[in-house]
Design a protein around this ligand. Structure first.
Ligand code: TXA
Ligand code: MG
Length: 338
């Protein structure tokens, strides 16, 4: 099986793509779909056999629950058993968008979606294709990121095709993802809301809407409730280090310590642009969190495709707007340091 790729370029091709994807999903198949955060691998969330195909295609550990995507209020309510005022407040502020809310699951959500847990993550995506697809299906879509387990999430159909072409019948290509990293996951099934995975919907924005401060799983040091928090996650193949330097000498010293020649070192910088022409590739991403998020995964995929021996990323600024990005870089660098 080699995946068919359908491009969305016109209103007609959008309709055709929705129809083709919906037909497969109705018959219990999986489809790779664009969302505004990253590309997802979708199945009917109410159909355990269909959801099993997601785990198989990704080789995803059975203990990692899957986010359910909805596109109407009644559909959200059919997925959860409780809908507190807090959920309404957050949904009004951030949906459709890149925020996933973890709530007690309804009986209609099979346990394979939640990895046996009592809660479900729900998100109302902003992407017009996803909204049209969910409406056409009239059932919610379980969809993790469309990458093999532990690799970087795809932000283009090309990324999906490279890694998954033999695992899915259909890939919908709607161009690069607008947000570029995975949604913020916020657990509101517990008394004190907690960020399980930071993202581009920032802690500060959430706190502003809620009117009180929230803790995050790492800082509160509590029990690991979200496998997305495992340190080895979202990794490129090449070793990645996050570093600060003042001049080229220090930069070259980092490569020397890792025993990688500069000619195989890829750099991701936003402020200190090296002068030496000795590096394999220097990518300058603007020091703007939204632009950075949109570019990051594509640059990491590119470095892998070009056979980078080492990726050195300039450390990111402090502040809530960069928290999701700092988190992804920390995870991307964790794999090789342990
Ligand atoms: O932006 C996104 O969230 C993308 C797009 C496709 O929507 N999806 C995505 O899914 O990133 P995935 O499966 O790659 O990451 C989902 C994260 C995982 O860390 C998972 O552990 C957590 O959400 N999660 C899902 N359901 C949960 C639950 N019921 N309780 C705690 N964590 C949950
Ligand atoms: Mg993922």
């Amino acid at each position: 099986m080699e995946a068919r790729v359908l491009q969305i370029e016109t209103a007609q091709s959008l309709d055709d793509a929705v129809e083709a994807a919906a037909a497969l999903l109705r018959s219990g198949q999986i489809v790779a779909v664009p969302t505004e955060t990253v590309y997802g691998l979708a199945a009917n969330a109410f159909d355990p056999a269909a959801v099993r195909k997601i785990y198989e295609a990704k080789e995803r550990p059975a203990e990692n629950p899957i986010i359910v995507h909805v596109s109407s209020r009644p559909m959200v309510r059919s997925c959860v058993s409780e809908w507190p005022d807090l959920a309404s407040t957050l949904a009004r502020a951030f949906w459709p968008g890149a925020l996933t809310l973890v709530l007690p699951k309804s009986d209609r959500i099979p346990s394979i979606v939640t990895a046996g847990g009592a809660t479900v993550g729900v998100r109302w995506p902003a992407h017009p294709f996803m909204q049209a697809l969910i409406r056409a299906c009239d059932f919610p879509l379980a969809a993790p990121s469309a990458n093999p387990a532990n690799q970087i999430s795809p932000t283009t159909a090309g990324h999906v095709y490279e890694a998954m072409k033999n695992k899915v019948p259909l890939i919908i290509d709607a161009g690069p993802s607008n947000v570029g990293i995975e949604s913020t996951v916020l657990d509101i099934s517990i008394e004190k809301p907690r960020i399980l995975r930071p993202g581009m919907v920032s802690r500060e924005q959430i706190e502003q809407v809620l009117g009180f401060t929230i803790s995050d799983a790492e800082k509160s040091g509590g029990q690991l409730r979200s496998p997305g928090l495992l340190p080895r996650h979202y990794s490129p193949r090449a070793p990645l280090v996050v570093a600060r330097w003042t001049g080229d000498d220090e930069l070259l010293e980092i490569a020397r310590q890792k025993k990688i020649p500069a000619s195989r070192v890829h750099l991701l910088v936003h402020e200190r642009i090296p002068q030496a022409a000795t590096f394999a590739r220097v990518c300058v991403i603007p020091e703007d969190p939204e632009a950075y998020a949109r570019a990051l995964y594509d640059e990491l995929h590119r470095s892998d495709a070009e056979g980078a021996g080492l990726i050195i990323v300039e450390a990111l600024p402090d502040g809530s707007a960069w928290e999701g990005l700092r988190d992804r870089l920390k995870r991307a660098s964790a794999q090789h340091s342990s």
